[in-house]
Ligand binder design. Structure first.
Ligand code: ADP
Length: 193
């Protein structure tokens, strides 16, 4: 099964993608995680991406498309995967369709998590607070200033994908404001439908 989880920053894509990946026995592919790992490792991609990510902007299509093309060619993706944080632009969506087409396969569904804007800042501030309380370092972009830029990028670049996938008949929207377990149940129910 090949799925995309779509939604604004703080919508709960990562939380749901990790759990769904476990339930389905397929990998969760988070471009955000991959890019953060590249920054930490100090690779060339990491060096290019670091400042943009910290400010809450989008890393170039070329970089993320390359990362995903390499990753989905790995053997563990043969049985399917869950994309979390990719695609984020129409160009990335078109590149993904092309990539899958060359493999003779297609996406099964795109799950949109709908969350009120006001809830997003609270969730992100909460994530930063919990990380600090647990003795960790919060993400460089989990602050009010970077969130503004991330939301702007979401509405300008990523929200148009809702129409793109609706037109393909692949879009399934669910209420991301419900408790985590309820959202998970909603996802399972619509994948079974
Ligand atoms: P979020 O909580 O905002 O959904 P992610 O962990 O998915 O965060 O991504 C963090 C940052 O990594 C983004 O703000 C962006 O700078 C970069 N990034 C991740 N995925 C992409 C992508 N597909 N295209 C461009 N930039 C990306």
């Amino acid at each position: 099964m090949k799925l995309i989880l779509l939604g604004p920053p703080g919508a709960g894509k990562g939380t749901q993608a990790v759990e769904l990946a476990k339930r389905r026995g397929i990998p969760q592919l988070s471009t955000g995680d991959m890019l953060r790992a590249a920054v930490k490792a100090g690779t060339e991609i990491g060096r290019k991406a670091e400042a943009v990510m910290k400010a809450g902007g989008l890393v170039s299509d070329e970089i993320v498309i390359g990362i995903i093309a390499d990753r989905i060619a790995e053997p563990d993706c043969a049985g399917g995967f869950i994309l979390d944080g990719f695609p984020r632009t129409l160009k990335q969506a078109a590149a993904l369709d092309e990539l899958l087409d060359t493999k003779g396969t297609i996406l099964d569904a795109v799950i949109e998590l709908k969350v009120d804007d006001e809830a997003l800042l609270a969730r992100i501030e909460n994530r930063a607070r919990e990380t600090i309380a647990a003795g960790g370092t919060p993400r460089a972009d989990d602050n009010a200033e970077a969130l503004k830029t991330r939301l702007w990028a979401y509405y300008k670049e990523t929200a148009p994908l809702i129409g793109y996938y609706f037109a393909q008949g692949k879009l399934k929207s669910i209420n991301g404001m419900a408790p985590i377990a309820d959202v998970a149940r909603q996802i399972d129910a619509l994948l079974e439908a």
